[in-house]
Design a protein around this ligand. Structure first.
Ligand code: ZN
Length: 237
């Protein structure tokens, strides 16, 4: 059984379409949250996930669409896009977003948007944050997103270690595996990022996919969303 593990689509239809096409060898798609925010086509992205019945978790941007208090934590431009997104998607899709779970377990692997101890909001950006989360996992594997940087945190003899690795790795728990972001990569590589989890082989393959960035950028500008969110698609930052 092979799962394509997607995260942080962020309403980037062109990137989602490219990744869905590229991941045709997977038996099923999973999404670790943040279907919306930043990008110009939230309705189209939600509809595709819903139509395919993709198991999807709630991310911080998804939650902000249905809980206005969360918006205070966002920077002004990101919050503006959330308000725009709420209008764009309408009540039925908001209900879909509201119904997304905070975590799930699949074949003994924990799935969250952000981190095991704080499934929607915590950014695993350094060893001091990865450490306690690896401890919580005991010997389990966790897939998470949120930082938009592909790679994995694990324990070696020297303590907490991180690998930024575009290839295939064997899954030995405890390990925190981030497939990167489909719709807004932040590791300096603008190509859409996702991964393939092979359950029987216990491996994770990191993949990158070029997509039609020009159309995604044009859609952001045409919708009147902040230019910065178009520009960063090229920078991959
Ligand atoms: Zn995100």
């Amino acid at each position: 059984m092979k799962f394509a593990v997607l995260s942080d689509i962020h309403a980037n239809w062109q990137a989602l379409e490219a990744v869905l096409e590229h991941s045709h060898d997977a038996d099923q798609i999973l999404c670790l949250g943040d279907a919306v925010g930043y990008g110009a086509e939230p309705a189209r992205c939600i509809d595709e996930l819903a139509r395919r019945g993709v198991p999807t978790l709630v991310g911080n941007h998804d939650r902000a669409c249905t809980d206005r208090d969360i918006l205070e934590w966002f920077n002004a431009e990101a919050a503006d896009v959330i308000r725009w997104t709420i209008e764009q998607v309408g009540p039925d899709r908001l209900t879909w977003l509201k119904g997304l779970p905070e975590h799930s377990v699949l074949n003994d692997v924990l799935l969250v948007h952000a981190s095991p101890r704080d499934p929607i909001y915590e950014y695993i950006v350094d060893a001091s944050i990865a450490g306690p989360n690896l401890e919580l996992l005991e010997d389990r594997v966790c897939f998470h997103g949120h930082t938009h940087v592909p790679g994995y945190w694990y324990l070696d003899s020297g303590g907490v270690a991180h690998n930024y690795w575009l290839g295939t790795t064997r899954l030995h728990g405890p390990v925190l595996v981030n497939p990167g972001s489909v719709g807004q990569p932040r590791d300096g590589n603008p190509d859409a990022s996702y991964g393939i989890w092979d359950v029987e082989a216990a491996t994770f393959e990191f993949r990158r996919v070029p997509y039609d960035r020009e159309s995604a950028k044009q859609a952001i500008l045409a919708a009147g969303l902040p230019e910065r969110f178009a520009a960063r698609l090229d920078a991959g930052r």
